[in-house]
Design a protein around this ligand. Structure first.
Ligand SMILES: Cc1cc2nc3c(=O)[nH]c(=O)nc-3n(C[C@H](O)[C@H](O)[C@H](O)COP(=O)(O)O)c2cc1C
Length: 370
């Protein structure tokens, strides 16, 4: 049955937002200040991506910014664009370990409303944030087991999640599942949501936000009716006027067919993300189509992991370019930077339904059903 409703407000850590819609963080360079600030201006929550932000801002302003200063500036700019409406948050991927602490501290000091952390378990987040910061901490999980683990660890630092994002396997970007589990019924959003909602209700009753494959006002109504407190959406916001994706990227999404949306993985369907996580991409992305059998141009270091001595020196893409994309340059290129590399396009499963570039205002009106 078709449901049409006035969407409820969403309260996270004593701040109430007009509509329960979060524009998900999209790296690299897709959810910048312009997109997040405009989403917030519409009364929703706009999420900035921390990925490669120092590079993006240094390039734009032709002056060297580190990850901390870049984050401060980006939050401030988004806040100005929001004109005090809605919420401004920051998405920081755990896998981007080298810049994790600096990005978190930047978000705290710039007084972002929230930090949303995925692509790994953000077990150390409360420690980095400190005890006095008034900022909502929101993990992204794909199982109740992961949420339990996070809650147990955070409790030792006197924190619990202010909300949780439950992301199913239809989402864009990196996916929090084993490649083999992506299509199993017990891992779909429908199945993972109920135990997480129950856990949240009995552990402080924090809001549960669903993500992955949510596309229409009707989808949002369905999830609210089923007990979700809000939704996080990526693909719809990717092809807006305010998104930082290049025109080539937006056009590729508009033109793609369902068959061109695949999940790559470095072990099972190489090349994949150096993170080892499954990664949804378009086969018509130039880097996927033409670049997969050559050595990637790899010089950024955003995905470096620690070696035995504790220095960030290991890049999986450099070590094995047959199995791993150089994700930094490929994604930078998809936002119009690092043009020496061919772009890599990530999307959610619904990308083939996108048929034009819309303004964020128009999209949010549609999603609100207004
Ligand atoms: C282009 C793109 C980039 C993304 N980048 C990130 C990211 O950097 N960090 C993250 O946690 N999630 C990322 N995501 C996931 C989104 O934030 C969101 O949760 C997800 O796409 C929701 O599914 P949907 O695209 O079906 O709406 C990305 C998604 C897209 C489409």
């Amino acid at each position: 049955m078709e449901v049409h409703m006035i969407l409820p407000k969403l309260t996270i850590r004593d701040r109430t937002y007009e509509a329960p819609i979060i524009q998900g963080g999209m790296g690299v360079g897709v959810s910048r200040d312009m997109l997040a600030g405009t989403v917030a201006h519409e009364g929703c929550i706009g999420i900035l991506s921390s990925a490669c932000l120092d590079f993006l801002i240094s390039h734009d302003l032709k002056k060297r910014y580190n990850a901390y200063d870049a984050m401060i500036l980006e939050v401030q700019n988004a806040r100005i664009l929001s004109q005090g409406h809605g919420g401004i948050g920051v998405n920081i991927m755990v896998y981007l370990a080298r810049d994790f602490d600096a990005s978190v501290r930047g978000a705290v000091d710039a007084k972002a409303d929230m930090i949303i952390c995925g692509a790994g378990l953000p077990l150390q987040l409360p420690q980095v944030v400190g005890t006095t910061a008034d900022i909502a901490l929101i993990p992204i999980v794909s199982s109740v087991r992961a949420l339990r683990l996070i809650c147990a660890r955070w409790a030792k630092k006197g924190r619990r999640p202010d909300a949780v994002v439950v992301e199913g396997p239809l989402a864009g970007g990196h996916l929090g599942f084993a490649y083999e589990d992506l299509t199993r019924s017990e891992h779909q959003l429908d199945a993972i949501f109920p135990p997480i909602k129950e856990f949240a209700m009995t552990n402080g009753d924090f809001p549960v936000i669903v993500a992955g494959g949510i596309y229409t006002h009707q989808d949002i109504c369905d999830w609210i009716t089923r007990g979700a407190d809000g939704v996080q959406m990526g693909t719809r916001f990717l092809v807006t006027e305010e998104s930082g994706a290049s025109l080539l990227y937006k056009q590729a999404v508009i033109e793609c067919t369902p068959e061109e949306i695949i999940v790559c993985h470095n072990r099972t369907c190489p090349p994949g993300s150096p993170s080892g996580m499954p990664f949804r991409t378009l086969t018509n992305a130039p880097m996927y189509a033409f670049g997969k059998f050559r050595r990637p141009f790899c010089n950024r270091g955003y995905v470096l992991q620690k070696d035995a001595e504790g220095s960030f020196s290991i890049c999986a893409a450099k070590e094995n370019s047959q199995q791993n994309f150089c994700i930094c340059n490929g994604l930078l290129s998809s936002a119009g930077y690092a043009k020496d590399e061919q772009p890599l396009f990530t999307v959610g499963t619904n990308a083939h339904r996108v048929d034009r570039i819309v303004s964020t205002h128009e999209l949010i009106c549609e999603l609100k059903g207004s």
